[in-house]
Ligand binder design. Structure first.
Ligand code: AMP
Ligand code: MG
Length: 288
């Protein structure tokens, strides 16, 4: 299906992807159409073997290579200088390309058998909550994909961490499934917060949003008080366990909408580890 230029819902450890062969322009264009995603929002290239990195990126700094060697397969995306093998359609016209190797075995086998990188954003409608089950993909894009590969629930549940290695100092473009402090200790170098205008187009302020209101609080006591202010509201589970919180976050958001809730009350975890990514997604989900 992929080699014929089709669109396939693909499981990864972070969220389900909407995959197409990155070297087939019409297939890549259909990703944007299916999602309703603006074409300036670049896609992540998914590869199955670190030996293919050179095919798609050049002048890879040694610290980026160290992370690739130690963290892949895994929820880490590296932003690098692209080679001519990467179409500008994938990068939204940029000279940089975002690349990762997913930890899902099934996804890697599919990429491997295609013999070319797959471009894959999250398999949800633009702006909506990311999918962490095959059923979520079907709900958003069932009539627009050729096939959905069902490999159960995503184990991480939030998108990959994106680190930009095309700048003087590595920058954290998106907190995600790989804790930034763990990356810093591997390369023994700080990963700084980007300043100025967003360098990760597609990281809009309002994003990952369910239909219901998302209320942010800092403690469970506050959450219980907030609960009484809404008719049909619920507190998100697992606020005290970040891996479980991340793994269930998008399912809980989608379930709240399916159950007709008016609000969900989310206790913000602290900023360490996976907490940073969860806070980022909750903040974006809470904006109108
Ligand atoms: P998604 O696949 O939905 O998680 O979105 C991928 C995100 O990766 C985009 O929205 C951007 O934030 C980021 N990204 C991908 N490629 C680039 C690039 N060349 N330059 C900057 N950011 C990128
Ligand atoms: Mg997305």
């Amino acid at each position: 299906m992929l080699n014929a230029g089709g669109l396939v819902g693909l499981p990864t450890e972070t969220v389900y992807g909407l995959a197409a062969r990155a070297d087939i322009d019409v297939a890549v264009a259909s990703i944007f159409r299916a999602k309703g995603r603006p074409t300036g929002h670049p896609l992540i290239l998914h590869i199955s073997d670190i030996a293919d990195l050179d095919r798609y990126a050049h002048n890879v700094p040694s610290s980026a290579l160290t992370l690739a060697q130690q963290c892949w397969p895994g929820p880490l995306t590296l932003l690098l200088h692209k080679t001519s093998a990467v179409s500008f359609l994938v990068t939204g016209g940029r000279e940089t390309v975002a690349i990762r190797i997913p930890a899902n075995e099934c996804a890697r086998q599919i990429i491997d058998q295609c013999g070319h990188a797959l471009a894959a954003p999250s398999a949800n409608l633009f702006g909506h909550v990311s999918p962490t089950t095959a059923k979520h993909v079907h709900q958003d894009l069932g009539d627009k994909v050729d096939l959905i590969v069902d490999d159960g629930n995503c184990t991480i549940g939030v998108e990959s961490t994106i680190v930009d290695f095309t700048t003087d100092q590595p920058q954290l473009l998106r907190p995600g499934g790989f804790p930034a402090e763990d990356l810093e200790s591997i390369i023994d170098q700080p990963i700084i917060m980007p300043s100025g205008e967003s360098r990760a187009p597609g990281m809009l302020n309002s994003h990952y949003a369910p239909k219901c209101t998302v209320v942010l609080v800092h403690t469970i006591a506050e959450a219980k008080r907030a609960l009484s202010e809404y008719d049909d509201a619920r507190i998100l589970d697992h606020w005290d366990n970040c891996p479980l919180y991340a793994a269930s976050l998008y399912t809980q958001m989608r379930q709240a909408d399916a159950d007709g809730m008016t609000a969900i009350i989310a206790v913000l975890p602290d900023k360490s580890g996976l907490g940073l990514a969860i806070r980022d997604r909750l903040n974006k989900a809470s904006l109108p």
